[in-house]
Each structure stands twice: as structure tokens, then as C-alpha cells.
Design a protein around this ligand. Structure first.
Ligand code: E4P
Length: 221
């Protein structure tokens, strides 16, 4: 399963990309606004750090405006994937962008039938938001299960399932068990994923034993 870092913070992207486990980056207007920087400049910088799909979202609400924005964003770098909201105008824009060979990530998906529409419009990826469903007492992961099962049953569907709005490491564990194509990971979630108390205790014990053995044994001249 691919991991897409979910942030527009370029320092964080640089830090986590150095681990060698990041396949792409997702942003949204809220994350870009939080960076306090010019949209196009941030996207360009992210593309220079991570060599993989970089999602950049349109803000127009009409298909025509979305297509114009999408073409402009795709022109920033070949790795840009245009993020389009899952509304009727977004479906039209997805169809038009995919006809122009521009990759799309259809976002704000909250139901299996919405995901089917995104796939039929030619979306490269669809982003079901599981954390926001969990937040209101629904089971976000059930949505992933429904979409993965449906897409698997129809081999002509090539749209990738991008699990978005992940909140904790167990979301990533469940997404990979279900066979989702991609999971977003906010930076703090990567820290959670890499950390285990037994790893830390085990490493401390190994180093302690090593130090003791080195002091006890005669050292080569
Ligand atoms: C990614 O594509 C989404 O924009 C992001 O995962 C949303 O996460 P949130 O629900 O934590 O804002």
C-alpha cells in the first residue's frame, strides 16, 4: 500500500521524505491556507521534494472553472494530480480532465455510490474521508471495505482507493488489511506508526549488553 503524506508543511515533508517511505503527498485548501504561502509555490516546492503523485485541489465550483484551474495546476509539474470535489460539477470536470490526460483525485467522498460515480467519471483516485465519518459516530472503515470490494468485483474500474482523513495508526492497519491502494498519513501518524515501546526497550537492552561485553572482554591490541 502506498503512503501519501497529508500536509502542505514543506519542512515536515522534507523530514519524513528522508525516511524513504513516502510515495506521494496530498494537500487541500485548509492545509495550504495553514502554510501561509502562495499555493503554486508550495505545490512546486513539494514536487521538488517528493517524486510521486502530489494532489493539489481546485477551488472553483463550476466544471469549466475547475478544468481551467486543473490545467493550470497540472502545468506546474507532471506529478501534480488535480483534486476535484465529489459534486456534479466535479464529476463533469473529472471527465474533461481525464479526457485531456490529466490525473484526478476525486475528494470528499462519503459513500460507496459516490465512489462509483467518481470511478465512472474517470477518476485516477477517489478519496473516502474515514475520520470525518468516525467523528460523527459512523464507521469510516466500512466505507473503505464497501469501495474496495466493489472495485475488485469490476475489473474495468482502475480508480485507486485513497484512504483519507486518517486519524491513527489503526486506520492505516485496517486500510492495508482491506487492500486499499493508498493511505494518507498526517505527519504525527507516521511517528505513531514507527514507534513501539518494545523496539525502544529492546534497542536499549542490546546497547547495554554490547557495552558490558566490550568492557569485560579483552580488546584487540
Ligand atoms: C486528504 O486528501 C484530505 O484532504 C485529508 O485527509 C482530510 O483530513 P481531515 O479530515 O483530517 O481534515
Amino acid at each position: 500500500m502506498q503512503l501519501f503524506l497529508d500536509t502542505a508543511d514543506v519542512d515536515a515533508i522534507r523530514r519524513y521524505a528522508s525516511w524513504g517511505v513516502i510515495d506521494g503527498v496530498t494537500t487541500n485548501p485548509s492545509l495550504i491556507a495553514r502554510s501561509g504561502r502562495v499555493f503554486e509555490e508550495v505545490i512546486e516546492e513539494i514536487c521538488s521534494i517528493v517524486d510521486g503523485p502530489i494532489s493539489a485541489e481546485v477551488t472553483a465550483l463550476e466544471a469549466e472553472g475547475m478544468v481551467d484551474e486543473g490545467e493550470r495546476l497540472a502545468g506546474i509539474h507532471p506529478n501534480v494530480v488535480v483534486k476535484v470535489p465529489l459534486i456534479p460539477e466535479g464529476l463533469k470536470a473529472t471527465k474533461a480532465l481525464s479526457a485531456r490526460g490529466i490525473r484526478t483525485n476525486v475528494t470528499l467522498c462519503f459513500s460507496p455510490t459516490q465512489a462509483l460515480l467518481a470511478a465512472k467519471a474517470g477518476a485516477t483516485m477517489v478519496s473516502p474521508f474515514i475520520g470525518r465519518l468516525d467523528d460523527r459516530g459512523e464507521r469510516g472503515m466500512a466505507l473503505i471495505e464497501d469501495i474496495v470490494t466493489t472495485f475488485r468485483a469490476y475489473p474495468r474500474i482502475t480508480t485507486q482507493v485513497l484512504v483519507a482523513s486518517t486519524r491513527h495508526a489503526d486506520h492505516v492497519r485496517q486500510a492495508m488489511l482491506l487492500g486499499a491502494d493508498i493511505s494518507t498519513v498526517p505527519p504525527k501518524l507516521l511517528d505513531q506508526m514507527v514507534t513501539h515501546d518494545l523496539t525502544d526497550k529492546g534497542l536499549a537492552a542490546f546497547l547495554e549488553d554490547w557495552k558490558k561485553a566490550r568492557t569485560a572482554a579483552p580488546q584487540p591490541a
